[in-house]
Design a protein around this ligand. Structure first.
Ligand code: GDP
Ligand code: GDP
Length: 455
């Protein structure tokens, strides 16, 4: 490395940085209007105001990346979801429940000016039950005079209330320092004790694509469709299912079966649930209704899984209903709408007739295999050397940036660091990714490539 102009410390640092796996997840929960969205904006350093006045605004994105004191983590924003038909207590509880389930630590936001309400107490009970680390944020303490209000929140029994003004930034630094104290370095659900246990599968997709039908089919029993009403939120359930001679953990299947039809915020609720399931899973099976046009919502769900760095399988359902014409158009739609994930194994299934159910497990296994593939450094550099010699980077400004060497810094999903003599253009990076896939497989997995340029 040294003779190529990088010093060893740079190289080690870059590999270390790229090698970090999935980031730990911080959930921000609390009643509507306590300032959750404002706080999330502050944490992620978002300048533009995304705090909406309208209740029940639907937002697709619920997970953001943030960094504090050099540590990166994800933040789940539950602020976009408002009171719905379930009534305020149940809705806040359900929202908090999903967010807490997906999180490694929680910031519980209370409006210090209002003090602790019954709903706040209900969330405290959920937090106790979940046993995740909690930081209590006493928000809307805009000046020193509000600190007394914050002190009252000791009564919640969650330890020290951190007086914060999410709006002005006051106190957020101290609170975030405390967050880093309690937030694990890596998400427990991915790299903790669960490794070696049953593989975790998230079955996701927009409403009515056939998720619960498929789950019933693979689990080999007709399940009762649950119709739950106010106040009966239950624990999200991870279900063990025997498939292809192995046990798989289908995460958050209660969410799939739950038939609560929400009037407001239903889409938001669905995306929060999807995000939670994806965070907990190793592999996402995205179910798509092949009879219907591929929608933006389908694309967003796929993107959610890819951005979370999970292995991916695409299952096209309701195949029993397709005629020749629809099959033709489906293929065109897949090319144009889902071209960015051509690497994902694909199965054409029917939850109704059971068509190709036996292909699901091999597809999941292929994806997990790609997700865990490690290319030895020697082999990688032999490959890169040949590739760069045969297809050099275009000359720019009289110079030719060259990839000097590379290494795979991590797996689940595969992450590469390439060291280069100059700026490597996006097109060339994509070319490298394509060739890496051709050479080493990586079927069913996103791959990350970061490039370090010699100073
Ligand atoms: P959410 O529903 O919990 O996400 O709450 P929002 O972030 O949408 O905030 C609700 C309202 O409280 C908005 O009008 C915010 O401007 C206001 N707010 C949020 N944080 C603070 C704060 O620290 N101080 C004051 N005075 N107002 C705040
Ligand atoms: P979910 O909302 O994704 O859980 O979807 P459901 O499992 O509730 O299915 C929605 C509708 O699609 C129901 O009427 C199912 O009977 C129907 N459905 C599900 N899978 C298939 C399939 O493979 N073929 C056909 N023809 N209908 C299906």
């Amino acid at each position: 490395a040294a003779e190529e102009g990088f010093d060893l410390e740079d190289v080690e640092g870059a590999i270390e940085a790229a090698g970090h796996g999935p980031l730990p997840v911080l959930a921000v929960v609390g009643r509507p209007n306590v300032g959750k969205s404002t706080l999330v904006n502050r944490i992620i350093g978002r300048r533009e105001a995304v705090v909406e006045d309208k209740p029940g605004v639907t937002r697709d994105r619920v997970t953001y990346e943030a960094e504090w004191a050099g540590r990166r983590f994800k933040v789940v924003d539950t602020g976009g979801w408002e009171q719905d038909v379930l009534g305020i207590d149940a809705s806040v509880a359900a929202q908090a429940e999903y967010a807490i389930e997906a999180a490694d630590a929680v910031v519980f936001v209370v409006d210090a000016k209002v003090g602790a309400t019954d709903t706040d107490e209900a969330v405290v009970r959920l937090l106790r039950k979940a046993g995740k680390p909690v930081v209590l944020c006493a928000n809307k303490v805009d000046g020193p005079s509000g600190e007394a209000d914050a002190a009252y929140l000791w009564s919640l029994g969650l330890g020290e209330p951190y007086p914060v003004s999410a709006l002005h930034g006051r106190g957020t630094g101290d609170m975030l320092d405390q967050v880093l104290e309690v937030l694990p370095q890596a998400p427990a659900q991915t790299f903790g004790t669960a490794v070696g246990g049953p593989r975790r599968v998230a079955l996701i997709g927009r409403p009515n694509v056939g998720k619960s039908s498929l789950l019933n089919k693979v689990a080999g029993e007709e399940r009762v469709v649950v119709n739950e009403l106010a106040g009966t939120t239950r624990d999200p359930v991870d279900e063990m299912i025997e498939l292809g001679g192995k046990t798989w953990k289908f995460v958050d299947t209660a969410g799939i079966r739950k038939r609560v039809h929400l009037q407001q915020g239903a889409d938001y609720y669905a995306s929060l649930r999807t995000a939670a399931a994806v965070e907990k899973a190793e592999v996402a099976v995205v179910l798509i209704d092949a009879a219907d046009s591929i929608s933006v919502q389908d694309q967003r769900i796929v993107t959610m899984a890819v951005e979370a760095g999970r292995a991916l399988v695409l299952a096209y359902n309701k195949w029993d209903t397709l005629d020749e014409e629809r099959r033709y158009y489906l293929e065109r739609e897949i090319e144009t709408e889902l071209g960015q994930v051509v690497w994902a194994p694909r199965v054409n299934v029917s939850a109704r007739t059971g068509r190709h159910m036996e292909k699901l497990v091999p597809a999941i296994e292929t994806a997990l295999e790609g997700w865990e593939t490690r290319v030895p450094t020697g082999r990688l550099n032999a490959f890169l050397g040949e590739l760069v010699a045969a297809h050099p980077h275009p000359v720019r400004g009289g110079k030719q940036p060259r990839i000097l060497f590379g290494t795979q810094a991590g797996t689940r999903p595969p992450r590469f660091v390439l060291f280069a003599s100059g700026f490597i253009e996006a097109g060339y990076r994509r070319f490298i990714e394509r060739r890496l896939r051709e050479e080493f497989g990586f079927e069913g997995t996103p791959i990350h490539i970061s490039v370090r340029v010699r100073e």
